[in-house]
Design a protein. Structure first.
Ligand SMILES: C[S@@+](CC[C@H](N)C(=O)[O-])C[C@H]1O[C@@H](n2cnc3c(N)ncnc32)[C@H](O)[C@@H]1O
Length: 380
């Protein structure tokens, strides 16, 4: 039977109407505990290295890895590198001295890269619920401290569930500058709870910068119930439109897509099972702005910014998201939201801000009213 027929019979199991199907989306599974147990089994016992995955997600390379990032990766222990199960690059700019949290840190590859980007004055906390991966991460803490030449370690690994971040005592409300996560949110059983927990932990002006897998449609319940597909990220991936709605409900009013890649499924049986569903890996950045300071649409107040340079690795041009890139010295018109996000973020000192909110001129880009940048329009 071909993939298309498999999926259509699968869809009839989950219920045909939009409303029924929506009740069974991967954002909130009723059986959260069994979802988590299956994920622990998959990452703790089944997968031994990135080669065991059935998709190419771990092979997706950032378009151009900066020399700084390449060097930082060269200082990560090979065992930790071999147990990397991420799907993108979660290393935003301007990290020196920052307090960072990595959710679903696994064996710690990204924690150890970030530990170098924040320097000895910053710190990186990794959270994961799977004992085996935390063990690998912790076993290599001293090795990395010595390798980085730090007098004291700037990493910490904590066991916990992402759906219940507020129950992890060592994570204080409003205490993180940046929270990252690499291919994890799709595995969680209650995405709304995860996003609300993240919003609570961020400082105002801080951001959640994360890579994850998305689908071009809602995943039918029978595919969600397949524990291997869920473990691979194919069962729990959100339809991107639903996910954006969840981010806004959690308080992240102006989500920004940074980059996106098409995922290919290497295993023919798995490809047949998911049929026509298309998957993408995308990096989003979600800023926690002051309450009421952002609007639900991009509006034009005639404001502009000038990038002064100074972000490490971005001497001539700073890329903020898929739509906003700033050449040093050039006056660039921006929406009210982009102006506010930059002004209240850690990047503010590198910009000159022109204008205010006194005169409203309509939608920011009247040529494309309502057009949404999606992982599918940006993917290469
Ligand atoms: C795809 S792996 C990614 C690991 C790591 N970010 C990396 O890039 O190698 C997913 C990780 O998230 C963890 N995880 C999944 N769901 C979780 C949850 N609900 N709470 C805590 N950790 C979770 C798993 O234990 C696993 O280590």
């Amino acid at each position: 039977m071909d993939g298309a027929r498999l999926i259509s019979s699968c869809q009839s199991v989950s219920g045909g109407s939009h409303k029924q199907a929506f009740g069974g989306t991967p954002e909130r599974r009723e059986d959260g505990e069994s979802v988590r147990e299956a994920v622990k089994e998959y990452y703790g016992k089944v997968l031994k290295s990135s080669d065991d995955l059935k998709t190419n997600v771990c092979l997706l390379k950032p378009k151009k890895m900066s020399p700084r990032l390449r060097e930082a990766h060269s200082h990560v222990h090979p065992v930790v590198l071999s147990k990397y199960f991420g799907c993108g690059s979660v290393f935003p700019d301007e990290m020196e001295g920052k307090r960072v949290l990595d959710l679903g840190c696994g064996a710690g590859k990204d924690v150890y890269v970030l530990a170098q980007l924040v320097g000895e004055g910053g710190c990186v906390v990794g959270v994961d619920m799977t004992e085996e991966v935390l063990e690998t991460a912790r076993e290599h803490e001293e090795w990395h401290k010595a390798r980085f030449g730090y007098a004291k370690k700037n990493t910490e690994f904590v066991k916990g569930q992402l759906e219940a971040l507020d129950s992890i005592e060592s994570l204080a409300e409003g205490s993180f500058d940046v929270i990252v996560s690499n291919c994890v949110v799709n595995l969680t059983a209650d995405k709304g709870a995860v996003l609300k927990g993240i919003f609570r932990l961020l400082k105002e002006g801080g951001e959640f910068y994360f890579s994850d897998m998305y689908a071009d449609r809602r995943i039918p319940m029978c595919l969600q119930k397949d524990t291997m597909l869920w473990g691979e990220g194919l069962g729990g991936a959100s339809y991107w439109g639903d996910f954006l709605r969840f981010t806004r409900q959690a308080g992240f009013v102006s989500p920004r897509l940074v980059s996106s890649d098409r995922i290919s499924i290497r295993n023919p049986e798995v490809a047949a099972r998911v049929g026509h569903i298309q998957y993408f890996s995308a990096v989003y950045r979600l800023f926690k702005a002051a309450p009421g300071s952002l609007e639900s649409s991009e509006e034009d107040y005639g404001q502009a910014v000038v990038y002064k340079g100074g972000v490490e690795g971005a001497a001539e041009e700073f890329s903020f998201d898929a739509q906003n890139s700033f050449v040093k010295g050039r006056v660039v018109l921006v929406s009210g939201n982009t102006w506010t996000l930059l002004r209240t973020s850690r990047f503010a000192r590198h910009f000159k801000f022109i204008g205010d909110f006194s005169t409203h001129l309509g939608l920011f880009d009247p040529k494309k009213p309502g057009e949404t940048v999606t992982p599918f329009t940006v993917a290469v």
